[in-house]
Design a protein around this ligand. Structure first.
Ligand code: ADP
Ligand code: MG
Length: 260
């Protein structure tokens, strides 16, 4: 679905991405982790043409982001960290309709899409609310609905749970699980290692490069390496390490091993 080939990106003379190669399959759930400043957001913005490569290229369903950015944006949506910065409408349904309106979708179809998107994120009963009256988790779910209403095949979450309280985080993660079950391609940038552990694949960035990639179990088994580049490991992995238990990724697995 997405193919990143030799992607470099510079802000002025500051090189933020250095020759990145990455393929993301249709329906895959990829987590991207890395310390602050490692280039995660810059990579995310290159995936839907918010930024265009300084060198190399990004293909979405075979379409080069530098050639047809509008088609690319109809296929890849983004949800950012700050829910307040993403509100564009005075009421929830207008906010969700904004994306498809910009794509030139006809109004009856927009109405159907808004209903469908709000019901997927569990916010249908709030359709006439002011977004400003919602909790952080609810605002993020409205932002997700806005992307769903554009019928994108892929959603990129750039630390979308970072500003939420535990309840809001759980709401958003549950929504992401639902999208995953429906076959949506998901790219999730996160600094919560427990979130990354749920992905099909984890990509580790450091200094504008991809330095590791693999199944969560593989990537999180090298605790020393992750610590060296300023990252933690999931809670269960850290506890298992102290207890000298091998091959533990989740709390459930740890519980099972301890009950034996
Ligand atoms: P991350 O999301 O992993 O924290 P970013 O992609 O935001 O990393 O940033 C990567 C590098 O690019 C950092 O060194 C950061 O300081 C720099 N950078 C990011 N945005 C800008 C900008 N708008 N102008 C100049 N430098 C930037
Ligand atoms: Mg960032």
């Amino acid at each position: 679905m997405i193919e990143v080939q030799g992607l470099s990106y510079s802000y002025g003379d500051r090189l933020a991405l250095d020759a990145i190669d990455l393929k993301i399959a249709d329906g895959e759930f990829v987590a991207i982790i890395g310390a602050n400043g490692s280039g995660k957001s810059t990579l995310a913005k290159n995936l839907n043409g918010l930024l265009l490569p300084s060198a190399g290229r990004v293909l979405v369903d075979g379409i080069d982001t530098a050639i047809d950015v509008w088609t690319v944006r109809s296929k890849v949506g983004m949800v950012f960290q700050n829910p307040d910065n993403q509100i564009v409408g005075a009421i929830v349904e207008d906010d969700v309709a904004f994306g498809p309106e910009n794509l030139g979708v006809e109004s009856a179809e927009i109405g159907r899409r808004v209903d469908e998107a709000l019901s997927i994120v569990g916010m249908l009963e709030y359709r006439e609310f002011s977004p400003y009256k919602l909790s952080g988790g609810q605002k993020q779910r409205v932002a997700i609905a806005g992307v769903l209403a554009m019928r994108t095949k892929c959603i990129v979450f750039d630390e979308a749970t970072a500003m939420l309280d535990p309840i809001g985080r759980a709401e958003v993660l549950e929504t992401i699980d639902r999208l995953r079950a429906e076959g949506m391609t998901i790219v999730m940038i996160t600094h919560f290692m427990d979130e990354a552990a749920r992905a099909d694949r984890v990509v580790v960035m450091n200094g504008g490069k991809i330095v590791r990639e693999g199944k969560p179990r593989e990537v999180f088994s090298d605790v020393r390496f992750l610590e060296k580049i300023g990252l933690e490991v999931p809670t269960a992995v850290e506890l298992a390490r102290r207890l000298k238990l091998k091959n533990v990724l989740t709390i459930e697995e740890l519980e099972q091993r301890l009950r034996r």
